[in-house]
Design a protein around this ligand. Structure first.
Ligand code: GAR
Length: 228
């Protein structure tokens, strides 16, 4: 059973997975990012399926990209200049990414700070190959504070605690069966950086352990006669 991790950012959750001995076979990204370097340094195969190649000239209505303003996204993507004036072909991108992973024999996908929302065509690709086999970690105690600004939203709401959620991903964003959660306190004087780092510390323990348990269940299902 082959595991792929999807990243877009610093890859510190990926580092924790590797440090914990998770059998990561492939790391994919939607943009150049440090996470790809983390994988390459560990000798893991990497693949970049660049979302900027799946944009098309449009009406400008897609000026918000996966919850980020175009400016936010551009900076996260390393300076792509005009995404705000383009439409993103989400279905085309989702199909392509599934085909790239499927073509490399990937069975289970763990998103670790992946910055593109995948639509149903990803999960349904290849006769539903990734249905129920995509995991995500989110920096809040879902269903509280879904979306791209979960840490900021928790601070703005004056929450006394926040945390992280590991769940099975479905086409709806930050939804799907919850596998594990861990709370962390919000401390006086916290800003987005300090609170997010406290949450990530919890994610670096909880996510690898939850993925390992999930893989164990998948293997057991396979031995009982499943299709993997
Ligand atoms: C993690 O906090 C993860 O929960 C979050 O991105 C961070 C990745 O950190 N994911 C999301 O917000 C997805 N909605 P990293 O790049 O240091 O591994």
């Amino acid at each position: 059973m082959r595991l792929a991790v999807l990243v877009s950012g610093t890859g510190s959750i990926l580092e924790a997975m590797l440090g914990g001995g998770l059998p990561v076979d492939l790391v994919g990204a939607d943009r150049p990012c440090r996470g790809l370097g983390v994988a390459a340094d560990a000798g893991i195969e990497t693949v970049l399926v660049a979302r900027c190649e799946w944009t098309m000239r449009g009406t400008g209505e897609d000026s918000v990209i996966d919850g980020h303003s175009a400016a936010d996204h551009d900076s996260a993507a390393g300076g792509v200049s005009d995404l705000g004036r383009r439409r993103f072909d989400r279905e085309g991108y989702s199909c392509e990414l599934a085909a790239v992973l499927g073509g490399r024999g990937v069975d289970v996908v763990a998103m670790a700070g992946f910055g593109t929302v995948l639509d149903a065509s990803f999960f349904e690709w290849g006769d539903g190959r990734y249905r129920g086999r995509v995991l995500n970690t989110h920096p809040s105690l879902l269903p509280a504070f879904p979306g791209w600004h979960a840490v900021r939203d928790a601070l703005d709401a004056g929450a006394a605690e926040s945390g992280c959620t590991v769940h099975v991903a479905i086409p709806e964003v930050d939804a799907g069966p919850v596998l594990a959660q861990r709370a962390v306190p919000v401390l006086a004087g916290d800003d987005e950086t300090t609170l997010h780092e406290r949450i990530k510390k919890a994610e670096r323990e909880l996510y690898p352990a939850t993925i390992a348990a999930f893989l164990g269940e998948q293997r057991a299902g396979q031995e009982r006669g499943g299709r993997m």
